[in-house]
Design a protein around this ligand. Structure first.
Ligand code: NAI
Length: 217
């Protein structure tokens, strides 16, 4: 299927549409107008129409959007209508928290294995997922059709592991280590930094009250 170039801003909004549409399905709503969706999502109806028009527009004048159809089309666009096999490198606090979160599987992200260097963690089974030695990394990736690797290791170790992942054929890195990875073309990195999100929150609360945080009561 031909894929039209879609702006990053639109792509970044799609998961939110997907979440709202999922809730509508649960409520038994079959169709919704851009105005109703706008009221729920607190974005303008014209933004919704513009965003969804990127994909040929799923709405019909006077009918609105078919919720199930839109939901499944967004899933297809995001590629979450198919299974993605995932591994986690670093079975510490964060790695284990991700492994324990069951909802990723509902979205098609199946955690196949975890890897660590700590002998105390190797052999541990977390929600049915075995922690293996990082020595087995390349072999495991090839044998299990792994597409995505989550990096939850210290930042000093991340570049070397990222290089090994790329050499083993990994095309997507979900990077939690606080470092910017350099990867070749054809490999994508999605950085997730909770502290950056907190800093943005700090900026917003400080600028809203136009004062330093300790003065905010
Ligand atoms: P942790 O110390 O509990 O876990 C790190 C694990 O990585 C340990 O089990 C360690 O043995 C393992 N490890 C170290 N080198 C390795 C290697 N070469 N190969 C495989 N495993 C290796 O730390 P925690 O709290 O789980 O944090 C992990 C990383 O994620 C840290 O770099 C931390 O700064 C970062 N972090 C990022 C967040 C974010 O929002 N992006 C939030 C919290 C932590």
């Amino acid at each position: 299927m031909e894929r039209k170039e879609i702006s990053k801003a639109v792509i970044s909004r799609l998961p939110r549409y997907y979440r709202y549409l999922g809730e509508l399905i649960e409520e038994g709503v079959e169709r919704i107008s851009s105005n109703e969706l706008s009221a729920r999502m607190k974005v303008t109806a014209s933004q919704i129409r513009q965003d969804l028009n990127n994909f040929g527009g799923f709405g019909q004048q006077g009918y609105g959007y078919n919720v199930k159809y839109l939901y499944s089309e967004i899933a297809r666009i995001l590629g979450i209508d198919q299974q993605h096999n995932l591994i986690i490198i670093g079975a510490g606090n964060l790695g284990q928290a991700i492994a324990n979160y069951t909802n990723f599987e509902r979205r098609g992200f199946v955690i196949k294995g975890m890897f660590d260097i700590n002998p105390k963690l190797i052999g541990l089974v977390i929600r049915g997922i075995e922690v293996r030695s990082v020595d087995d990394l390349e072999h495991f990736i090839r044998e299990n059709e792994i597409q995505i690797a989550a990096l939850t290791i210290p930042k000093t170790k991340a570049p070397e592991i990222a290089q090994r992942l790329v050499n083993a054929g990994i095309k997507a890195i979900w990077n939690f280590a606080h470092t910017d990875l350099v990867v070749p073309e054809g490999v994508v990195v999605e950085n997730v930094h909770l502290s950056e999100s907190l800093m943005r929150l700090s900026y917003r609360v400080c600028s809203m009250y136009d004062q330093e945080p300790e003065k905010i009561k």
